[in-house]
Ligand binder design. Structure first.
Ligand SMILES: *Cc1c(COP(=O)(O)O)cnc(C)c1O
Length: 438
């Protein structure tokens, strides 16, 4: 049964090789762990490029689509380069992300700057680099942005971030489109912000509206409804204010398959829902079909990534759980401790027996909450084994920290039996390089 990338738990070419070891795109994961050390982030280039192509194809019938990869899911220079090659622009949310994509020689005109509290410095940099769109979140930002645009003698194109009032059934920390949200303007504030811009901000040009309803979404209806809200509001604004806004940005949020019971829609299904909703609502409200932006993050990089760990201590609590501890945890993947995210994992090295055992995978960090996977069946997990945790490409490295002064792992890219380092493992020297002794 052919599944699309976001419906698969594992990277596309994951198999057991003739040694019985787990292999991804021709690279033996046990060999990778030996060569590069653990913990190790592994990104499969084949899976990454495949999902990028799935998105392109899925939206190909709607010619006015712009794909903007949401950098916050995972941003490194090489990832920027690959997705740029695949025709993606970028959604960025900080000076650091702007710097990285600029450094990777990405066309800044094909980037959108999002965020609910952009700093003056970040706005200045974004404008200097001629960023394509800024999604404006609040009244303070409108003023700061116009001031900076005047200073630089530029007309900056903007979108207005709105809260469409749509709740999706995902964890409350990753819902963003409900009414009492820290993101964007409430629909009741839109007239006020537009009047402010029309009357006082001559260096801003409103191009359209932006919304993002949440993350790890499995429903299609919320997208259909979100597009409806965007187009209805676009029409209302154009009529009320005699404007000609013709862009909508639907955000990201498509879910991926972390564990077998997750069932996200395919990229095709989401694309069809969005395109159908645009056509339906444009007809209903008599609006010309707008330029569409979409900003997938998790679904682009999630499935392509796995993390390899080495199993250390192995502890049976009397009358309790059996814990196996790995050499990483909440600092390289904070999602389980932040919002009880679930993951699937396998022992990567060959086992000549099949002895499935229910264990809990603990991290090495000094927090009781540092549990990577609660109650998973693993085949005979022992000290020294390599554990492969799937679906760690999104919001793993990008949320990682140096908690406990543990070094951030390396990241490698695999393709066609080749592996290359794309992020070096941190060193102790780097850990103290910003420390000042006096
Ligand atoms: C986080 C975010 C995205 C990406 O969300 P995913 O769930 O990773 O696809 C897109 N747009 C905006 C504005 C975001 O904040």
């Amino acid at each position: 049964m052919p599944k699309t990338v976001n419906q698969s738990i594992k990277p596309l070419n994951t198999t057991r090789n003739n040694l019985g070891n787990l292999e991804i795109s021709g690279c033996d994961t046990v060999e990778l762990a030996r060569k590069y050390g653990t913990p190790l982030y592994v990104m499969d280039e084949v899976t990454l490029r495949q999902i990028a192509k799935e998105y392109k194809n899925a939206f190909s019938s709607y010619k006015k689509t712009n794909m903007m990869y949401a950098s916050k899911a995972l941003m490194t220079s090489q990832i920027a380069k690959i997705l740029h090659e695949e025709g993606f622009g970028f959604d960025v949310v900080s000076g650091g992300e702007i710097y990285t994509i600029h450094n990777a020689k990405v066309d800044m005109n094909f980037a959108t700057f999002n965020g609910n509290n952009k700093t003056k410095d970040e706005i200045e940099t974004a404008l200097k680099l001629n960023i394509g769109r800024i999604s404006v979140d609040n009244f303070l930002e409108v003023k700061m942005l116009d001031e900076e645009a005047k200073k630089q003698n530029k007309i900056q194109k903007i979108l207005l971030r709105i809260t469409p009032g749509i709740e999706c059934h995902t964890h409350k920390y990753i819902q963003t489109g409900h009414l009492d949200s820290k993101f964007g303007f409430d629909l009741t504030q839109i007239d006020e912000v537009i009047n402010l811009i029309k009357n006082e901000c001559s260096n801003l040009e409103i191009k359209g509206l932006h919304a993002h309803i949440g993350s790890q979404i499995f429903e299609t209806k919320v997208y259909y409804d979100e597009i409806g809200v965007l187009i209805k509001e676009l029409k209302r604004i154009n009529t009320t204010h005699n404007l000609n806004l013709d862009e909508i940005n639907a955000g990201g949020g498509l879910g991926i398959t972390y564990i077998a019971t997750d069932c996200p829609p395919s990229v095709d299904t989401i694309a069809n829902t969005i395109i159908t909703s645009i056509k339906d609502h444009c007809k209903k409200y008599d609006v010309e079909e707008p330029v569409l932006y979409i900003e997938p993050g998790r679904s682009i990089v999630g499935t392509a990534g796995v993390t390899l760990y080495t199993i250390g201590s192995n502890k049976q609590v009397p009358n309790g759980r059996k814990y196996i501890a790995v050499d990483g945890g909440m600092a390289d993947n904070p999602r389980p401790s932040m919002y009880e995210a679930k993951y699937y994992a396998e022992i990567a090295n060959y086992k000549n027996n099949k002895n499935m055992e229910k264990v809990t995978v603990a991290g090495r960090f000094c927090e009781s909450g540092d549990i990577l996977i609660k109650d998973i069946e693993l085949n005979d997990p022992r000290t020294g084994d390599i554990l492969c945790v799937y679906n760690t490409g999104a919001y793993g490295y990008s949320m990682s920290s140096n908690y406990n002064r543990v070094l951030k792992p390396a990241m490698i890219l695999v393709n066609n039996s080749q592996s290359d380092i794309i992020i070096k493992r941190e060193t102790y020297e780097q850990l103290v390089q910003n420390d000042v002794l006096k």
